[in-house]
Design a protein around this ligand. Sequence first.
Ligand SMILES: [Zn+2]
Length: 488
Amino acid sequence: MNTEKATLKDGRTIEFVHDQPRSGTMKEVYFTPDRKSVVCFYKDPCAGSDANRLQRLQMILGAYNPTLPQSHGGAAQNDIEADYYRKLFCWPTGIVVQPRFGLVTPAYPSNFFFPTGPVWLKGEEKNGMWFIGPKNRKWFEKNQPSELGSLIQHFSLCLQIARAVARLHNAGLAHSDLSHNNVLIDPSKGMSIIIDIDSLVVEGLFPPDVLGTKGYIAPEVLSTIQLDLKDPKRKNPNARTDQHALAAFFYWYLLGRHPLDGRRIPPGNTAEEQDLLAFGSQAIFCEHPSDSSNRPEEKQYVPCSALGPLLYDLFIRAFVKSLHSPSDRPTALEWVRGFVKTWDLLIPCSNSSCLHKWFVFHNSTDIRCPFCGTRFKGTIPFLKLRAESRPGQWAMDGQLAVYNQLPIFKWHIYSRVFPSPETDRTRQAYCVFHEGKWFLVNEKLTSLTSPGGNRVPPGQAVELKDGAQIRFSQEHNGRIAEVQMIRS
Ligand SMILES: [Zn+2]
């Protein structure tokens, strides 16, 4: 193995294998001998003398770094948080000064590469676009459907992306180039990782290097692209444009089509001119509620309303109300909440060969999987979760569609618990269908109370019957679940 030594800015040295590098647009990439890290050298020979870039990298590696606990000079509160975000980001770990200017980053975990698959994908990174294109989808559907993941895994990876971006924005950072190229996904495990962190925008301090990637650039950026870089009217990537890219990613990935790419072709002499208008100043949502001019090409398509009312509202806000008014776009945190709450409405599709396997229950008069069209037949116990907003006043603040073996967690039990990196993920109870009846089986709850007012200790169960009110916990902010039996 032909290795060479690189010297880092903090004096450490690191070995890298000096063979054929992987080459990106801005960097050449070499593995370390253990293949756990990569050393990336900037192709631009002047990169090292750019004081701005160096200062930005130092801040990204230090004070703004969510993968390093505060006690080690990072931005994460503690080790648990740092560990959590280390899985969601491929965050740089060192600045290289010799033999050339560059960075050290962890290697992408192996599950983000295609180990097998069609010849044209073998060994490639798993970026979102590979799972959307019809050629690849057909191949996977036929040969390796598990690689495509189910809707629950799609939700899981979208939730991770939303959490990661929310963390960046919360720290005053913007990614500036969120796209399928910079977000790797593994649908089979429901995982995602954000890469290419070195060009993050520190709002108010460091401007962006790039405008973004086609299909993800916000309309205001495209419609001011012809203005001079110093023109104050020119709009550059920032957290609001990340919010557009995020919504575009979710829509594109979950529904398999671009939100602005419908049948309408704007005026223009070239495809480039038309694109500039279609995704820029004349952009229009393909599911716009009152303007049908840009509907998707396909006659039959799954509308975003199939993803439930919360995600529908977020898509409408992102692509109708605030497509051209960036300050109202849904934040990454709102997407986190949207996915967490909609997760509670997922039920299994009864068609065993359905690729999505799950769908969002949102219409009790026609319960049907929107992906394969199969009608649901049976009973769904539907739990309306209420929390005490003021003494004696119980307001509905959640819903839970029950299926056999549904796990119940602390964020369902208590109104003030929201799933976060540090939340206890131990199952507290579960629902089960047994001999024609539905039950809630207690595992960890110390004051679960039956509709009749009796305590149900761990190991025992309470039946879910229409109209029953079950108190999950007598503790402060413990919720009440009101049962509604929905038959189809
Ligand atoms: Zn289905």
